[in-house]
Ligand binder design. Structure first.
Ligand code: CO
Ligand code: ZN
Length: 354
């Protein structure tokens, strides 16, 4: 588990908002270079790694997205303060007061997200939440010219400045566990697996802005089935009822039965019964703990794979994660390790299913 902790830490410390995933891709490349037969990067930036199996064996596609939610510099005020756009799904209340890094050709610039303090607000404003339009990034610059001199430009990518750290009971904290947790599972599995089927691991780009890398790579890879690795929210803390979200941290990876928009499960995945069977039977046989779940409120790369070409049978393995899309996501390393076991064992018996 120490291996997985260090791998996750390394992946998290590489910053990669959507469209700027190169640093994360490099870590994946470095990790896998001695463990796969072929590696290529497509036009969009997806890293496609092939580990060849037996002749005429089925092709399994594994997807883990390299991007994290981020921001872009949208406007620099005369006084040097920076206005920003969201790149992915943010919750305004988590953004205010955070530290960020602006990535420029001249290096990373530290900043903090500011707004009018409550002391200076009219009474009734204090009860409202502050929205993005009222926030700005303070990098300590005194003018637009100075910010530009430091390398900040319209479109410069921004990420959380979030330190990887440890809580009790194998739990770790950090930003971008969505989806470096998936990347860690993919890397570790490709290192350990000895399967008959051919495995194509895709470190995909631009998931957080609409599954874009998964869409193009699913077409290229043309697999017999696909498994996406991602995180899912949990309902094991104050404020969520179990019936609303029964997934808990530490109880094993969550296998998605279906996901999508809250009101309809539209725009999401209905997992293919054959892939579901492969995953659940493998878990049962090998005594790997798992949780089945229907997720209302989002989807993963598997959705793009499922509707690619003539339809690719797909499902998702998720790591239960608290406080998703914040700089303090929390997960349990034991779940990560069980997800590796589940994926590895599933791939090793996949030739009997496809
Ligand atoms: Co996400
Ligand atoms: Zn994700």
């Amino acid at each position: 588990m120490e291996d997985l902790r260090l791998l996750l830490k390394k992946l998290v410390e590489a910053n990669g908002p959507s469209g700027h995933e190169e640093n994360v891709r490099k870590v994946v490349e470095e990790q896998l270079t001695n463990y796969v037969d072929e590696m290529k990067v497509d036009n969009l930036g997806n890293l496609i790694c092939t580990k060849k199996g037996a002749k005429d064996s089925p092709k399994a596609m594994i997807l883990a997205h390299t991007d994290e939610i981020g921001m872009l510099v949208r406007y620099i005020e005369k006084e040097g303060f920076i206005r920003f756009s969201y790149l992915g799904g943010f919750f305004d209340q988590i953004v205010l007061g955070q530290r960020v890094l602006i990535h420029t050709e001249k290096g990373d610039i530290k900043g903090v997200i500011g707004a009018v303090p409550p002391h200076l607000m009219p009474e009734k404003e204090r009860k409202k939440s502050i929205t993005r339009e009222k926030m700005f990034i303070d990098i300590g610059a005194q003018s637009r010219e100075q910010a530009e001199e430091w390398g900040v430009k319209i479109g410069s990518p921004i990420t959380w400045l979030g330190h990887f750290d440890q809580l009790g009971n194998n739990m770790v904290i950090g930003k971008a566990f969505d989806d470096r947790a998936g990347c860690a599972i993919m890397i570790q599995t490709l290192k350990e697996v000895k399967a008959e089927c051919t495995i194509i691991g895709v470190a995909s780009v631009m998931e957080e802005v609409g599954l874009r890398g998964a869409q193009t790579s699913s077409y290229t890879v043309d697999a017999d089935f696909a498994i996406a690795l991602d995180i899912t929210a949990t309902g094991d803390h104050p404020g969520v009822e179990e019936r609303q979200m029964p997934v808990k941290i530490g109880k094993g990876p969550a296998i998605t039965v279906a996901d999508g928009r809250r009101e309809s499960l539209g725009g999401g995945l209905i997992s293919h019964p054959k892939v579901l069977k492969l995953l659940t039977e493998t878990a049962e046989k090998n005594n790997i703990p798992y949780q089945l779940h229907v997720f209302e409120g989002g989807t993963t790369d598997a959705t793009a794979a499922a509707t690619s070409r003539g339809g690719i049978p797909s499902a998702t393995i998720n790591v239960p994660t608290r406080y998703v899309h914040s700089p303090v996501e929390v997960l349990d390393l034991q779940d990560l390790s069980n997800a590796v076991k589940l994926l590895k064992k599933s791939l090793e018996s996949a030739h009997r299913f496809f």
